[in-house]
Design a protein around this ligand. Structure first.
Ligand code: SF4
Length: 178
């Protein structure tokens, strides 16, 4: 996949949803300036519109939330970067926005502003293929990431020794299409 394909498939929908106020992403999509510039230089017509949106009160609140949950954000981002596809153009950016998106309350694909869950699965398949392959039970993506952190000593979602005896099984394996 070329960088242009990545932008068209993943980043344009995210940017358009950000402009429409339908993501949980903080200012600059949650990206460092250099990461943000690399993405938006591929979508010049949107750049000015995007830049006007960063100061909205809602996005400033998302920024504050991000600061309050820095440890969790950093752990999620580190997990993703550890599994990044070196052949992809924007895996670091994908790690940043996905880690930010995990701090929202809806399904991850919705909070990122993607049009449907399969698009998020394609994002994982391209940017983080090892994680994509590891999710062979088709867990909800956000829960899958937190489970990875739990498996490595984190204390986020798992309150049972195994999924089969867990009272919140549906929250991890239920459909997240809607
Ligand atoms: S079903 Fe329970 S044990 Fe399995 S990942 Fe979800 S929270 Fe953890």
């Amino acid at each position: 996949m070329t960088s242009e394909d990545e932008v068209a498939l993943f980043w344009l929908p995210i940017m358009l949803s950000y402009i429409a106020g339908d993501t949980v992403l903080p200012p600059q999509l949650g990206l460092a300036s250099v990461e943000y510039d690399a993405i938006t230089s591929r979508a010049r017509v949107l750049r000015q519109t995007l830049d006007k949106k960063h100061l909205s009160e809602r996005r400033q609140l998302r920024q504050q939330l991000l600061l309050m949950r820095q440890k969790e954000y950093r752990e999620l981002k580190a997990l993703l970067i550890e599994h990044a596809n070196p052949e992809s153009g924007f895996a670091e950016q994908a790690a940043s926005v996905i880690a930010c998106g995990c701090l929202g309350n809806r399904h991850l694909w919705k909070d990122l502003g993607l049009p449907e869950r399969p698009r998020l699965s394609r994002m994982f398949a391209w940017y983080f293929p090892q994680l994509f392959n590891a999710n062979d039970r088709n867990m909800r993506w956000k829960r899958f990431l937190y489970k990875q952190l739990c498996d490595h000593g984190g204390d986020y979602v798992c309150r049972a020794p195994s999924c089969n005896e867990c009272s919140t099984y549906q929250e991890c394996f239920g459909s997240e299409e809607r």
